[in-house]
Design a protein around this ligand. Structure first.
Ligand code: GLU
Length: 447
């Protein structure tokens, strides 16, 4: 059977790097196995889900290149969950409970106070028909719990290795709330069965859910899939990342921090694996290198500086055609392939082209500390046309004429020509600046 995986975000916030790592690992697993990738929006929480967040999730995934073969929305599938509820009721695996949130919280506190795990005591199972009728007459509506079997639950996790749980150590999960809404624990399993999911790859915050959900898979007659639970990303201090950390949302990396999608993909595909983290220019390369066995159990740290470093590497290898449209949008439609190749080794972010465009094409304040030397150098500027050999023939002539060499020769020229002590190689930049500007700048004029 071919592999089928899903990424199942809830559209209750923006995707952040932690979510994207899970989306990416699912996607890479599917692509490396010739399988399919489903995007499923877990949008049954109507109060917190919004159409804007849903659109944002799709936009972020597309921008990263994480295309999906299939799409599902839980709010379109409510009748499927209702049908599963009927089957579970018929099989005697759902029971009505009437405790209020306060009553449940008191029970939990009392168990914890006695040093016991806060497992639901199944008091509702002992209610008689008369008890239930009385509670309902009092105006209480039931929520429904799934009756777990008190039996071992085991699976061999693709990341965590063999996992052992026992039904008696788990609380019977609530599957239907008082307001009739089915909860994620059930809807997710119904979808995974009906949409033929073969591997559930998600965060390790779902390990306990998996123990419960395996019994649901069995109760609903679906084949139990394979599981991989990945450790959650932490920040540099080891604290957890959350959706509230807007600075690492994909939207902010894209729109505010000008980060390249392949920098994000390169980092998140390798973070927390045994592979070195290096820039890759395509998802296909990452898929070819992907192997779930390389994913480590320890929590990986997300380091924004590592992302910035990869971003620069990606830009330095990006061909002109791949950025021409974006340069146009940024207002640098005048940049051509020669210009791009001259400045790209000096970019940390795409928007940095603005600085070198300014240096090459707009008036700048030159820095001339030794006017005599600068004017001697200007006297040797050759006639145009200029190309990438001009710098070396010109500085050769200036060297012979002035006796200067090394830094003493090059730095004053750089400062005069660009107004800065750093920047792209002058052999590439000089032809972009052109003779007229170069001559004026060497004379100390704004040009
Ligand atoms: N909507 C769930 C979440 O965002 C999906 C978990 C899962 O992959 O099953 O946590």
């Amino acid at each position: 059977m071919s592999v089928a995986v899903r990424f199942a975000p809830s559209p209750t916030g923006q995707l952040h790097v932690g979510n994207i790592r899970l989306a990416l690992v699912n996607w890479l697993f599917a692509r490396s196995q010739g399988g399919s990738f489903l995007l499923r929006l877990d949008d049954t929480d109507l109060e917190r889900s919004t159409a804007e967040y849903a659109a944002g999730i799709e936009r972020d995934l597309r921008w990263l290149g994480l295309d999906w073969d299939r799409f599902a929305r839980q709010s379109d599938r409510l009748d499927r969950y209702a049908a599963a509820v009927e089957r579970l009721k018929a099989a005697g695996r759902l029971y009505a409970c009437y405790e209020t949130a306060e009553e449940l919280s008191l029970k939990r506190k009392s168990l914890l106070g006695r040093g016991l795990p806060p497992i639901y005591d199944r008091a509702a199972l002992r209610l008689t028909d008369a008890d239930r009728a009385r509670l309902e007459a009092e105006g209480r509506t039931p929520h429904w719990r799934f009756l777990l079997e008190h039996a071992p639950v085991e699976w061999d996790d693709l990341v965590r290795g063999p996992q052992h749980f026992h039904g008696r150590d788990l609380s019977d999960p609530v599957l239907i709330r008082e307001d009739g809404r089915t909860l994620y624990t059930l809807s997710s399993v119904v979808d995974d069965i009906e949409l033929g999911i073969t591997h559930v790859i998600r965060g390790e915050d779902h390990v306990a859910n998996t123990a419960v959900q395996i019994q649901l898979w069995q109760a609903l007659g679906g084949p139990v899939p394979g599981f991989a639970h990945l450790p959650l990303l932490t920040d540099a201090t080891g604290a957890g990342l959350s959706k509230r950390l807007g600075s690492i949302s994909v939207a902010s990396l894209r729109d505010d921090q000008d980060i390249e999608p392949m920098a994000i993909n390169s980092l998140l595909a390798k973070l927390g694996t045994s592979d070195a983290i290096e820039a890759r220019m395509s998802l296909a390369e990452l898929a070819a290198e992907f192997d779930m066995a390389k994913v480590a159990r320890g929590a990986p740290k997300f380091d924004p500086e590592e992302l910035a470093r990869l971003n620069a590497r990606v830009l330095h290898a990006t061909p002109f055609q791949a950025v021409a449209g974006r340069l146009q949008t940024l207002g640098f439609g005048g940049i051509d392939a020669v210009f791009w190749e001259a400045v790209r080794p000096n970019l940390s972010r795409l928007a940095d082209v603005a600085e070198w465009w300014h240096v090459a094409r707009e008036p700048i304040e030159p820095v001339v500390e030794d006017a005599e030397f600068a004017s001697a150098a200007a006297a040797h500027l050759p006639a145009e046309p200029w190309d990438d050999t001009t710098w070396s023939s010109w500085t050769g002539a200036v060297k012979s004429a002035t006796g200067r060499k090394g830094k003493g020769l090059f730095m004053p020229l750089r400062l005069a020509l660009t107004g800065r002590d750093h920047g792209p190689e002058l052999k590439n930049l000089l032809p972009l600046i052109g003779r007229e500007r170069a001559e004026a700048r060497l004379a100390g004029r704004v040009a």
